[in-house]
Write a protein that binds this ligand. Structure first.
Ligand code: GLN
Length: 484
């Protein structure tokens, strides 16, 4: 079989069960695919072909154990892999090799998954286009003059381009869902606390979650089931049982109550995105979903609140990169202050500096009450909006994932505010802490993917997976692949 790289994890596992395919065959196929297309996509920072082959052979000999045996997974460059470079695509972490694995990496390994390589990202996950990487921008596999979204742009692009079967990303304000939508793949941000953040290099600790990027919803359920669960090493992980997400996929939507928030269908949204999402709503209604309009009245404050809280947390989290313990240190420092200043000046890119300055400002004594504290209060109101509609009996909320399809490389890089608006539909979900998934729901006339977002109540990932999977059963957007 020479097209193994194009299959989903669930399809590959079935082939391995029949013994018609070995894990090494999958690694070979995916690696040669990456070799032939990654020059165009630039999704990977590195691929460990030899190591992956050795690990795959070991997975094969372990008598077909493990839910992800032999499946190659790409890892966003902010998730620690023991002994391997992990740099957050930043100069300041060049050369950093963590002495331990993130919990999600341990969990992948325990189920036989094979870590294939490091996926590119915006530096420290600051961005929506993957152009803020200190290495190079990743390009959209559907049109390489466009961005793949971000910050998990590398993870989304390598899955879309069949250079990985699955990938892990992280989502602080939309960084899994927005690139998933722009690249035509499935991306899920779990409930805050569902997946351990131990070993995820922190951006904004109260918002960050690791989650899956996959070719379809079934694979998303599979991968989430592997990485989810309580971890004593992460005090914000929650100790409640992990359901069997695969068994939530019933293949039909009948009786599910879906809310459409009126605040998410606004002027200025791309016409083709608007039309595709409305068509998806009509389809689900036709298949027996109970659709109603709802209101999430504090939505309009989400972007402002997010850029206060996320930058505040980032400025504090990034204080540890001072040239002492990790990564880069400037040449020949004259004294300690000189070392801090030059190390950080050389090591951080423009967006990281912007956020450190903004975050330090909103936390400073004169402005803390006016900005940080006020934003925390509005954050609580945003969460209350979701609580209210879910308490009234909704199963999920359906919205567009991104207001536009993939934009051109360079189009927004000189205007941070227009870049910040890319996440207008995803940010509230992180502020509230609820789970959400983005699934492909159409294409523009020029062939760019469009995604829709399904948002669930706390720890009800099973419900949004069920709705997303049902939608997939009725459509075949997720089956299209870019021509590279
Ligand atoms: N684009 C948003 C930002 O730049 C979200 C990033 C993320 O989720 N990591 O902050």
């Amino acid at each position: 079989m020479d097209n193994l790289y194009s299959l989903t994890a669930n399809e590959l596992l079935a082939l391995m069960d029949k013994r018609s395919v070995r894990p090494e065959d999958i690694i070979e196929s995916v690696c040669s695919r990456a070799q032939s297309v990654d020059g165009k996509v630039k999704g990977y920072l590195s691929i460990d072909r030899e190591g992956a082959l050795a690990r795959a052979a070991a997975a094969g000999s372990r008598a077909a154990q493990g839910k992800l045996r032999g499946i190659p997974v790409a890892i966003k460059d902010n998730i620690c892999i023991e002994g391997e470079l992990t740099t957050c695509a930043s100069k300041i972490l060049r050369g950093f090799r963590p002495p331990y694995n993130a919990t999600v990496i341990e969990k992948l390994k325990a189920e036989g998954a094979v870590v294939l390589g490091r996926a590119n990202m915006d530096e420290f996950a600051f961005g929506s286009s993957c152009e803020n990487s200190s290495y190079f921008p990743t390009l959209n596999p559907w049109d390489t003059s466009r961005i793949p979204g971000g910050s998990s742009g590398g993870s989304a692009a390598v899955v879309a381009a069949d250079e990985a079967v699955m990938a892990l990303g992280s989502d602080t304000g939309g960084s899994i869902r927005q690139p998933a939508a722009l690249c035509g793949v499935v991306g899920m941000k779990p409930t805050y606390g569902r997946v351990s953040r131990y070993g995820l290099i922190a951006f904004a600790s109260s918002l960050d979650q690791i989650g899956p990027l996959t070719k379809d919803v079934r694979d998303s359920a599979l991968l989430l089931g592997v990485i989810a669960g309580y971890d004593e090493k992460d005090s914000t992980s929650v100790n409640i049982p992990v359901p069997d997400y695969l068994s939530c996929l019933t293949g039909d939507i009948r009786g599910m109550k879906i809310g459409i928030p009126k605040e998410y269908f606004v002027d200025g949204m791309d016409k083709e995105v608007d039309a595709a999402v409305k068509e998806a709503i009509a389809l689900l209604k036709g298949k027996g979903a109970q659709v109603s309009e709802v209101s999430l009245p504090h939505t309009e404050y989400a972007v402002a609140v997010y850029y206060i809280l996320a930058t505040a947390e980032a400025s504090s989290n990034l204080a540890r990169f001072d040239g002492v313990q990790f990564g880069h240190r400037c040449e020949d420092p004259q004294n300690i202050l000189d070392m801090y200043e030059r190390t950080r000046g050389e090591g951080f890119g423009a967006e990281a500096k912007r956020r450190i300055i903004l975050g330090t400002y909103v936390l400073s004594s004169g402005y803390y009450d006016a900005y940080y504290l006020k934003a925390q209060k509005v954050r609580a109101l945003i969460k209350d909006d979701f609580d209210r509609v879910f308490k009234a009996g909704l199963d999920c909320i359906l919205t567009p994932t991104s207001p536009t399809p993939a934009f051109r490389v360079g189009e927004r890089s000189s205007d941070p505010l227009s870049m910040y608006l890319s996440d207008i539909f995803t940010i509230s979900v992180n502020l509230a802490g609820v789970p959400a998934i983005s699934v492909p729901c159409g294409f523009t006339k020029s062939g760019l993917p469009i995604g829709m977002q399904l948002i669930g109540d706390f720890f009800r990932e099973g419900k949004i997976l069920r709705a997303a999977h049902a939608y997939e059963c009725y459509t075949d957007w997720h089956k299209r692949s870019p021509i590279l």
